[in-house]
Ligand binder design. Structure first.
Ligand code: ADP
Ligand code: MG
Ligand code: ZN
Length: 606
């Protein structure tokens, strides 16, 4: 904007000078008076005229008393003959000095040169004007190489994050507080000859708080924080990523002590040498540059590089070598207590009704990440606002849990009466088997309102989290998963597509039991197949077979016999509880959903 104004001013000044020159050349009109030819003749006869200057058809006249006049004659006529025709005597004429102006010079300037020069001049101005802008754009093209790192200053209170904003992940916080302390009191460490790690890798599932924690480290230490995401390095032009890395580090080095944070490191840090295509080349160059930068500064200068990834398995081993990202910090999924603490943090500023117990909410949300919990509370407040309530109640919270788990309710997805009936029996089948088998988690809710992809759903959630699972628990789960299929079989004589998802999960799980967990007696304690990632196809997992064709056949057979066994169990259980299943399905058809207490009541009734 500023340069535009400047250009405009220059343009204006030039324009004014030109028009000024014009008016100078055309001047002389001031004080001159036009008279008629007759008038001139009279004045000559009265001997008033001293001088006549002929300029083509124009006559510039000066009288003896120094007055100026002008008039016109026909162009091709000579002035003398015109005046004689008017009856001016030769004697009168002799008093006047008549001269003919040589207009040739001025003429060529006005008529020949100026028409060419003026547009040329304008053109030059325009080119000059635009070239300035074009040059500006050109500069931007060169700026590609600059990193788009966002810098957060420690003084910036609005975006300041501290460890207090991060709940749970205690081990990770402990590990990082060492780095905070180093950034605050480097001398203490240097004096004892300690080498503080240059690179720290944060590893955790998406939404676990890696980005949050990195910012908290910067906030705690009170140092500038340079933040860039791995995917931002990848651009159309080869070499841009590498120059961005260079720029990012040089910026950080000018602001020591500082933290550089590379989010989603796996986007650039994948294993090299196995890819196809140009973009891969670009990634390799970028990765190489990161390695160069990591090696290029001495430890303990006060620069710490944090990086985050959810796929440490695919990172290039060179990144993990000593002196690079050799320190790893793992962020676990939050457990019960952590979930409650995270909920507390995000409940700030959200009016919750008194009936809500955040511990209960935490109990209902096993497997939720911090990001899930945040979005759960956000959904709840949106729901409360939609219903014009002035605080968030139990209903909104529970509704939001299901939303986060399964997606929003689809009221428009109307099922026919027959379809509803099938869904009701199907879900009742799942629920009853889960209730009856000890290895299954308790049923929290059953619903036949479609949600996301599911036509109906049975919410089964553990009371306490477990990290180990036994074979009998797996078998119970498999039976419960088959409950919907079996119920359809029993009550409608044939199955629908509604069981397709269940069947896929059953098959996958059974395969895992056999090939990964060694839970098949036929094969004993061994695994089958090496899982591998194809780097150039992204997330695709390929399985390398490390067993013979014969084993493959046996595994298939074993999978089928496992499933058959579970199918039989489910079938027997539902046969015995046919009446219960009917009661439950009818209740569901009438009420669409059933909560845990009501469900247990139905099951306990004789
Ligand atoms: P990641 O980078 O691991 O994918 P983020 O750090 O972006 O996850 O987390 C997303 C959001 O989830 C954060 O902005 C924060 O609001 C919330 N969150 C995640 N973990 C926690 C936690 N431990 N404590 C508080 N909030 C959390
Ligand atoms: Mg992140
Ligand atoms: Zn099902």
């Amino acid at each position: 904007m500023k340069s535009f104004l400047k250009n405009f001013l220059i343009f204006l000044i030039v324009f004014l000078i030109i028009s000024g020159l014009f008016s100078l050349l055309n001047s002389g009109e001031g004080g001159t008076q036009q008279i008629s030819l007759n008038n001139l003749v009279e004045k000559i006869k009265a001997k008033e005229i001293q001088e006549i200057l002929i300029e083509k058809d124009r006559l510039n006249i000066i009288s003896f008393d120094q007055k100026r006049y002008f008039t016109f004659k026909e162009e091709n006529e000579s002035l003398i003959s015109v005046l004689t025709d008017y009856g001016v005597s030769a004697e009168d004429l002799s008093l006047i000095s008549i001269s003919v102006e040589n207009t040739k010079g001025r003429e060529t300037f006005f008529n020949v040169i100026l028409p060419v020069l003026f547009p040329l001049f304008l053109l030059i101005i325009i080119i000059f004007f635009f070239s300035k802008q074009v040059r500006g754009a050109g500069m931007q093209a060169f700026k590609f190489g600059e990193s788009q790192a966002r810098k957060i200053n420690p003084q910036d209170k609005r975006v300041k994050t501290t460890f207090q904003d991060v709940a749970g992940i205690r081990e990770a916080k402990d590990d990082l507080s060492e780095i905070v302390d180093f950034l605050k009191n480097p001398k203490k460490y240097i004096k004892l000859g300690a080498k503080i790690p240059k690179g720290v890798l944060l590893i955790g599932l998406p939404g676990c708080g890696k980005t949050l924690l990195a910012r908290a480290v910067a906030g705690e230490a009170g140092v500038p924080f340079f933040h860039i995401s791995g995917s931002e390095f990848i651009e159309l032009f080869v070499g841009v990523g590498a120059s961005r890395v260079r720029d990012l580090f040089s910026k950080a080095k000018k602001n020591l002590p500082a933290i550089v944070f590379i989010d989603e490191l796996d986007a650039v840090g994948r294993q090299r040498g196995a890819g196809l295509g140009g973009s891969h080349d670009e990634r390799e160059q970028t990765l190489n540059q990161i390695l160069v930068e990591l090696d290029g500064f001495e430890p303990n200068i006060g620069l710490i590089v944090l990086a985050a990834t959810n796929r440490p398995d695919i990172l290039d081993p060179a990144l993990l070598r000593p002196g690079r990202f050799d320190r790893k910090v793992i962020l676990d999924l939050p457990d019960l207590k952590d979930r409650e603490a995270i909920l507390k943090i995000h409940a700030k500023g959200k009016p919750l009704s008194k009936e809500i117990n955040l511990q209960k909410v935490a109990e209902r949300t096993p497997g939720f990440t911090g990001a899930d919990l945040e979005s759960l509370l956000n959904e709840a407040s949106i729901l409360a606002a939609k219903r014009n309530k002035n605080n968030i109640g139990q209903f909104e919270i529970f509704e939001s849990i299901e939303r986060v788990l399964l997606g929003p309710e689809r009221k428009s997805h109307v099922l026919s009466e027959k379809e509803k009936e099938i869904v009701a029996y199907h879900e009742a089948g799942h629920a009853i088997i889960s209730y009856l088998l000890p290895g299954c988690d308790p049923v929290q809710k059953i619903s036949i309102i479609s949600r996301g992809q599911a036509a109906g759903y049975t919410l089964i959630m553990p009371e306490k989290e477990k990290s180990l699972k036994t074979k009998s628990e797996f078998l119970d789960n498999l039976s419960a998963l088959l409950g919907g299929y079996v119920a359809e079989e029993k009550f409608f004589g044939e199955v629908t597509t509604g069981a397709a998802n269940d069947l896929r999960r059953v098959t996958q799980l059974t395969r895992k039991l056999i090939t990964e967990y060694g839970m098949s007696e036929t094969f004993g304690p061994r695994t089958f197949g090496e899982k591998e990632e194809l780097v150039f196809l992204g997330r695709e997992i390929s399985e390398r077979r490390d067993y013979s064709e014969e084993f493959a056949k046996m595994i298939d057979k074993e999978v089928s016999s496992f499933i058959k066994l579970c199918h039989k169990r489910a079938s027997d259980l539902l046969e015995k509880n046919k009446n219960k299943l009917k009661t439950l399905a009818i209740f569901l058809l009438k009420n669409e959903t059933i909560e845990r207490e009501q469900f247990v009541k139905i099951m306990k009734k004789k």
